[in-house]
Design a protein around this ligand. Structure first.
Ligand code: FAD
Length: 425
């Protein structure tokens, strides 16, 4: 039995999975979950909403439905972490002491690093962005619909110069929109551009080549080494900064926020009728301001400093990280959370008993890469051998598009995701 107090910061996919797992396993002790939201959002459904396939309400459930008995739920934002004194300060000023801490606060969307861009603009002036939230995903669908109804014009799809959650989502939005353009019977009347800050479009090399080839075949104009630096919604113009041919942003290299200066980078201006904006992303500011943030290496100043295999903090052994917040070369999917949750559970329980950490995360991540409405590929990979495939179903070829994988994305992955939240999978 233990007397320990465990605090879990953030009750999204990762935090909710952890409180459920620990509530089942812990003998004694107390668990506090700090999560300000009443509603749980199934974010993997947002691409389907923004593509006009799902209704928004299919993606929301009350958090209370997932919360296990006996967990103390603090409905507030954490405002700061004092790792040296093992103390959290909440937005209301109260403090929480912990013996063990799990950081699962996910990602901060840094739209403010694109001059002129605000998430409130999504749905107006031809602007879409699947990442901003469920309302914005619906408005992205409407913006695409309006562009389609206009019957012609240029659509620009962008990618971020930082790691992002679900690195496939900017590509999926391009592919589903291409399906809609083709279905309109007037594909030739539309121009489609994809602006990528790095040389590659996806971290897994085979998928990267596949997507590039498919974009070329489908008449998508690819331009590399450009990041979206500013937007003028009224003029429907976007400014792109040339970030240099050595730039490589798709996995763990990234432009740090301090480097978002525009004056030393040549820029181009492009007119658009529709633009899909993918914001730069990082850990939340209050995590960045804490001692828990990476101090050097590729994640410096932007992401949580954990051992990418044990998920234990590199300098504060009583702290673990899980989910989108961690600095790791790949991950940032709910599929990664499913693989990480048992690792954090085993390692934390071992640490509490004074034992060596037994479990290792091998970087497993997966993306049902939607390549058009009605077809997808199940791409699963991990850290080893330059992100080699890690297929979990012998009958699914990761390099084959199929309707079966689309059906999996459309119908089966959501119940599987809720099982992860409930600590069952
Ligand atoms: P989240 O689920 O985002 O949870 C973070 C939680 O922290 C939130 O509940 C938030 O309220 C809370 N929080 C934030 N700040 C604070 C604070 N200050 N104090 C306390 N709590 C705080 N994954 C897949 O596996 N497959 C997919 O196909 C897929 N598609 C996606 C498509 C889109 C458009 C998006 C946006 C994501 C997609 N994902 C997909 C990724 C997946 O949703 C995330 O990887 C997953 O939700 C990560 O879980 P998390 O708990 O780390 O973050």
């Amino acid at each position: 039995r233990t007397q320990a107090h465990i605090v879990v910061l953030g009750g999204g996919a990762a935090g909710m999975a952890m409180v459920n797992r620990l509530a089942k396993r812990l003998q004694g002790g107390t668990i506090t979950l700090v999560e300000p939201r009443e509603t749980h959002h199934y974010q993997p459904g947002w691409t389907l909403v923004a593509s006009g396939v799902w209704n928004a309400d299919k993606t929301m459930r009350p958090n209370a439905q997932f919360l296990p008995r006996g967990v103390n739920w603090v409905r507030e934002h954490a405002a700061s972490i004092d790792a040296d004194n093992k103390r959290i300060t909440l937005a209301g000023g109260e403090t929480l002491e912990y013996d063990f801490l799990i950081v699962a606060t996910g990602i901060q969307l840094n739209y403010h690093l694109i001059e002129g861009m605000k998430p409130e603009l999504v749905g107006q002036h031809g602007i879409g962005s699947v990442y901003a939230g469920i309302e914005e995903a619906s408005r992205t669908n409407q913006a695409i619909q309006t562009w389609l109804q206009n019957g012609h014009g240029r659509g620009i799809f962008t990618a971020a110069p930082t790691p992002v959650k679900c690195a496939g989502a900017p590509l999926k939005m391009t592919f589903t929109t291409l399906s809609r353009l083709e279905a309109s019977g007037r594909r030739d009347a539309f121009d489609v551009d994809y602006m990528a800050p790095g040389a590659s479009l996806f971290s897994q090399p085979w998928v990267d080549e596949f997507v590039k080839q498919r974009f070329d075949d489908q008449g998508v104009n690819r331009r590399h080494h450009y990041r979206l630096s500013a937007i003028d919604p009224h003029a429907k113009q976007a400014e792109f900064a040339f970030v240099g041919p050595e730039s490589e942003f798709t996995s763990h290299h990234q432009l740090r926020q301090a480097e978002f200066r525009r004056d030393d980078q040549p820029t181009v201006i492009a007119d658009y009728d529709f633009i899909h904006v993918v914001p730069p992303m990082s850990a939340h500011d209050f995590v960045k301001q804490s001692a828990l943030i990476a101090q050097d290496g590729p994640f410096r100043g932007e992401w949580l400093d954990v051992d990418i295999h044990t998920l234990q903090h590199n300098r504060y052994p009583e702290v673990f990280g899980i989910g989108d917040v961690i600095g790791a070369p790949i991950n940032k999917t709910a599929a990664s959370v499913k693989a990480q949750a048992p690792v954090v559970e085993e390692n934390l329980l071992a640490l509490m008993q004074g034992n060596a950490l037994p479990a290792r995360h091998m970087g497993y991540t997966s993306c049902p890469m939607i390549t058009g409405i009605g077809k997808a590929m199940l791409v699963e990979f991990g850290y080893a051998d330059n992100f080699a495939f890690m297929p979990s179903f012998p009958f699914i070829d990761p390099t084959e598009e199929s309707w079966a994988v689309w059906v999996m994305k459309d119908r089966m992955l959501q119940p599987a995701y809720y099982a992860v939240l409930e600590g069952q999978a």
